[in-house]
Ligand binder design. Structure first.
Ligand code: SAM
Length: 292
């Protein structure tokens, strides 16, 4: 199967990040390598990109697609960037990109369990070697924890009703597939439909909990001083308000402290043409900051 993931706001990000044509860059969320490939086409022969991802399958595809010796890949969370830089005796990078969330490769692959549209196992791990799956969460977490994640990570109005429905269903039989979960949420909503599928928020909440996504973003934001050189830049692309709020508040604080300069006063969104060609781009928000 030919997997694709169209890199979002690639030109805007390259214009911000690639100040040094032969510099050292980090792609903290390599995915299928779309951004890195775009950047390498613009960079010089001495440039280098260190690409990180929790998803080993994606890394393999990325390496084949990009096929460029200037890219080195690491199967690790972006929170390991400081450790890798230290091992390589490098003291900071010229630019870093974090394109948060999941790739189309993961979403469109039913075996990964992210999709509401295709049936598959309730997995949702970015890292297939990590112990916690969405199935474990749904079948073993207590009611109050299920309710909390649905509220906090899904901003789900029916959090209590859905958590109760999960508890009831799992007493009868374990919930093992995306279709079972989707049907359960549809029943809570009595088939009512808004602009998005009623299970969208539930799936989002489970994915965030399963991969500890917000904790990872907060940790990454706290280590920028350790990884970015003076004059270096950080670009973060987010796809929902929970992540964007973390980035916005952190960047504001860094700029107020005086060591960083905000390059995007307000979050930038993709151009209309890009959204028309790639629906995934519609909720993207880009924020960029520079270390003084
Ligand atoms: C939106 S995709 C990146 C797509 C990529 N920019 C491209 O153009 O192909 C996000 C990727 O981040 C990875 N990811 C999520 N959390 C991560 C983390 N904490 N550390 C490393 N990778 C992570 C996911 O596995 C996924 O492959």
């Amino acid at each position: 199967m030919q997997w694709t993931h169209i890199p979002i706001m690639a030109k805007e990000i390259a214009d911000f990040l690639l100040k040094n044509p032969n510099g050292l860059y980090v792609d903290g969320t390599l995915g299928l390598g779309g951004h890195s490939r775009y950047f390498l086409n613009l960079l010089g022969p001495q440039a280098r990109i260190l690409g990180f991802d929790k998803d080993q399958e994606a890394l393999q595809i990325a390496q084949e697609r990009v096929n460029d010796s200037r890219l080195s890949v690491y199967h690790a969370s972006y929170n390991k960037i400081p450790d890798v830089l230290e091992q390589l005796h490098l003291h900071g990078v010229d630019g870093a990109l974090f394109d948060l969330g999941l790739s189309s490769y993961q979403l469109d692959n039913p075996t990964r369990g992210f999709s509401i549209l295709q049936d598959g196992p309730l997995d949702m791990r970015f890292d297939l070697s990590a112990p916690l799956t969405a199935e474990t969460i749904v079948n073993t977490w207590p009611l109050n924890e299920l309710e909390r994640i649905l509220l906090e990570y899904g901003e789900e109005r029916q959090a209590t009703a859905i958590a109760l429905a999960i508890m009831k269903q799992r007493r009868e039989e374990p919930i093992r597939t995306t279709a079972q979960l989707k049907n359960l949420v549809e029943k809570v909503y009595h088939g009512r439909r808004g602009k998005t599928h009623p299970a969208t928020q539930t799936f989002q909440a489970l994915r965030i909990a399963c991969n500890q996504e917000l904790e990872a973003v907060a940790q990454m934001l706290g280590m920028l001083d350790q990884i970015i050189k003076s004059g270096g830049r950080v670009a973060v692309l987010t796809f929902h308000s929970l992540e964007d709020r973390l980035v916005k508040n952190c960047f504001k604080k860094l700029a107020q402290n005086g060591d960083w300069v905000l390059l995007t006063k307000h979050a930038q969104s993709p151009q209309y043409d890009e959204i028309r060609q790639n629906r995934r781009a519609r909720s993207a928000k880009l924020r960029v900051i520079e270390r003084k």
